[in-house]
Ligand binder design. Structure first.
Ligand code: C5P
Length: 323
């Protein structure tokens, strides 16, 4: 069976990757840039329900709130939005969004015609610099939340301060910290410097909800992936895609994810908005993407026909999972 068919069945292993991607993975494992040392167990075969309960308990949404050093002495408690991200979108009846869409940037979404379906959701999550303009038929045009990695903030190429992509949406940024979550070390040397641009943006646009994910949240998500995988996964943070899926499971009652597990349109085209081809975008090199996807398939409640035709996974929000 092809890599995609194995993913559709929730079974994936590095041995299915091309020799080039296997080499790239091995180099990240031996490089161990973020000094990961995993101390937890490796559960072989948890049921979907057990997995969901573990995710719900272990991956409690957390953002930098300015209560810990060094951020506390830098005045971040007043710099970050007053309302926590979990409360921002809570309605009068205390529930979050009913239905949410997570739209990955995969090339496979081109010519999907999924735009209308995506826009019917109460909230739509998109990633990094992925545009809607010019691609509405396939990806829709509604954006509620955008997850951005620190490169978007640090690299002038993305025109973070001027591009309309980053306006009128809730922004959630993240950057890999050391696995030990030493906030002093992280602040002194982030992967890409997001702290300056974040502070500046908060001061210029205090009304726009803009959060930084707490590194402990990011690494707890990684722990869930490693803790449910027999092989050694890449010791690097999960992809923005995985982070976004779990974020929306915390904010929504029902989540549809598009083209994370590839549909039959699967392609080496990296992003729908760029002419760049690399299988690593879909199967992973730096990020433990293959293992993330396998885990998400294991909790998929939708039929295989949704995967085939739409690259669509259906997940319950954590508020609806009784553990
Ligand atoms: O490349 P970027 O990180 O901006 O893409 C957003 C997310 O979409 C990725 O983190 C990954 O989870 C997902 N993606 C994918 N397959 C691709 C491209 C992106 O699964 N070909």
């Amino acid at each position: 069976a092809s890599v995609v068919q194995r993913l559709w069945r929730g079974r994936a292993s590095a041995s299915m990757l091309s020799p080039r991607l296997q080499r790239a993975m091995k180099e990240y494992v031996s490089g161990n840039k973020h000094h990961v040392s995993y101390k937890g167990h490796r559960r072989a075969a948890q049921s979907a329900k057990e997995l969901l309960c573990q995710m719900k308990a272990q991956a409690r949404l957390r953002t930098v709130d300015g209560s810990e050093p060094p951020f506390s002495s830098l005045g971040w408690a007043r710099l970050v939005p007053a309302l926590p991200l979990e409360e921002l979108h809570r309605r009068q009846d205390q529930s979050g969004f009913k239905t949410c869409a997570v739209v990955t940037s995969a090339g496979a979404i081109l010519r999907s015609g999924l735009g209308k379906e995506i826009d019917t959701h109460d909230a739509v999550l998109r990633f990094n610099a992925a545009p809607t303009e010019g691609y509405e038929r396939d990806v829709g045009n509604k954006t509620t939340i955008r997850i951005i990695n620190s490169q978007i903030l640090a690299n002038p190429r993305h025109r973070f301060n001027t591009s309309s992509i980053y306006k009128n949406v809730t922004l959630v940024a993240w950057d890999p910290a050391p696995y030990t979550v030493n906030l002093h070390k992280w602040y002194a040397s982030p992967d890409y410097n997001l702290f300056g641009p974040y502070t500046e943006h908060r001061k210029l646009h205090p009304g726009q909800p803009f959060y930084i994910l707490h590194p402990s949240y990011v690494w707890k998500l990684w722990d869930v992936i490693q803790g449910n995988t027999q092989e050694n996964i890449q010791p690097n943070p999960p992809s923005s895609g995985f982070i976004g899926i779990l974020l929306m499971m915390a904010l929504c009652e029902k989540v549809h994810v598009y083209e994370y597990i590839p549909s039959m349109r699967q392609t080496d085209l990296c992003h729908y908005h760029e002419r760049y081809y690399d299988a690593a975008c879909t199967l992973g090199a730096y990020h433990p993407l293959l293992y993330e996807k396998s885990l998400i398939q294991r909790i998929n409640a939708g039929p295989e026909s949704d995967l085939r035709r739409k690259g669509r996974v259906t997940l319950p929000g954590f508020s609806t999972v009784n553990c």
